[in-house]
Design a protein around this ligand. Structure first.
Ligand code: ATP
Length: 353
């Protein structure tokens, strides 16, 4: 995997705020890479430095091995798609897409062919002669994409590209963005605060926190093997049972000794939490042996799943379990029901950070 983009030890402060703090990462050719994190973690600042709109205080940015840290934004073979699409209202869809190429001096048949190709790619050919005001939000979003793709950048930066769309359309466009990325072979670097979006689209994700990378990896790794509570909590939902690693296992007050996938890596004496995902919890109405007794404290019906809040002895917070609707228990379990819950040690982790 040769790196297309390399961010090496980049920092940027605004007065006392370290927006990006000595951050390094590499994006491969053809990769769909997501920068994920809560508001204020530095995602946009990092993206703006890569685009050339902001200068790092420290560190270098390389594209294809060439140092572009001091290259002006408009001289970088990088395109940035803004959150607000900023389409020209008086121009047609085709005009909007053609504009950037015309500025570069592309004319005639070549121009027409490239605009047609870009519109076909985003499935907007039939709407080429419309004005932006005559388009839906999703269609405007696609015009903006076509406009960015038509210039055939090596790297396309997208800042919250689906932020303005409603949920259904967002989900549809996530799949479409992924398809576009694969078809064009252009590397995409997407900024998002939506973990589901990052999991759906990205080959790899860098989860940022206060200007640092909390964890970088494939979606599955971040979900299955989070390195800290912050990562475990930000990506999906997680239960935490506070306790301590002792020689015999992980001891949770009120519950007892538990095992976990990474127990061998955690030294005795470590305080931490045993982390287990709601969908990994097996809930049954009779004790299968080695299970933990619980009382149903609350329920939420989601159609395909039932969410159960389970009160456990000695735990202030209920354990959240996600039970598939196919489980017969979901038809009659109620508040106050006595149940047993268990999970495979392989599906739980001890997190001490
Ligand atoms: P969001 O998801 O809310 O857009 P973000 O992760 O993109 O957040 P940034 O916009 O990169 O975060 O901001 C990182 C930090 O730097 C924040 O604390 C922000 O207030 C601060 N910051 C960003 N730009 C400036 C600026 N021009 N002047 C001063 N502070 C700034």
């Amino acid at each position: 995997m040769s790196a297309l983009l390399e961010v090496a030890g980049v920092s940027k402060a605004f007065g006392p705020i370290k927006a990006v703090d000595n951050l390094s990462l590499a994006v491969a050719q053809n990769e769909f890479f997501a920068l994920l994190g809560p508001s204020g973690c530095g995602k946009t600042t990092l993206l703006r430095m890569i685009a050339g709109f902001e200068r790092p205080d420290q560190g270098r940015i390389l594209l294809d091995g060439v140092d572009i840290t001091d290259v002006k934004a408009n001289r970088r073979p990088i395109n940035l798609m803004f959150q607000s699409y900023a389409l020209f209202p008086h121009m047609t869809v085709a005009g909007n897409v053609a504009y950037g190429l015309e500025m570069e001096g592309v004319r005639g048949a070549d121009l027409k062919r490239r605009v047609d190709e870009a519109l076909a790619l985003v499935q907007l050919s039939p709407l080429a002669q419309r004005k932006p005001a005559q388009l839906s939000g999703g269609q405007k979003q696609r015009v903006a994409l076509a406009r960015a793709l038509v210039k055939r950048p090596k790297l396309l930066l997208l800042d919250e590209p689906l932020g303005a769309l409603d949920k259904k359309l967002r989900e549809q466009m996530q799949i479409e963005l992924k398809r576009l990325q694969q078809e064009t072979g252009i590397a995409f670097l997407v900024v998002t605060h939506d973990q589901e979006e990052a999991l759906t689209m990205a080959d790899r994700i860098a989860l940022l926190r206060q200007g640092h990378i909390a964890q970088l990896g494939e979606p599955r790794t971040l979900y299955e093997r989070p390195r800290s509570r912050f990562v475990a909590d930000f990506i999906g939902q997680m239960n935490f049972l506070e306790g301590r690693r002792i020689a015999e296992g992980f001891e949770v007050p009120g519950i007892g000794l538990l095992d976990a996938a990474n127990i061998a890596d955690v030294p005795a004496g470590t305080d931490g939490a045993l982390a287990v995902r709601p969908e990994r919890i097996v809930v049954s109405e009779s004790d299968p042996g080695q299970a933990i007794a619980a009382e149903v404290e609350g329920l939420a019906y989601l159609g395909q799943d039932l969410i159960l809040h389970l009160a456990l002895a000695g735990q202030a917070k209920p354990l959240v379990a996600r039970v598939p609707a196919a489980n017969p228990l979901t038809t009659h379990v109620a508040r106050g029901s006595r149940v047993w819950c268990s999970w495979s040690a392989a599906h739980s982790l001890i997190l001490s950070e």
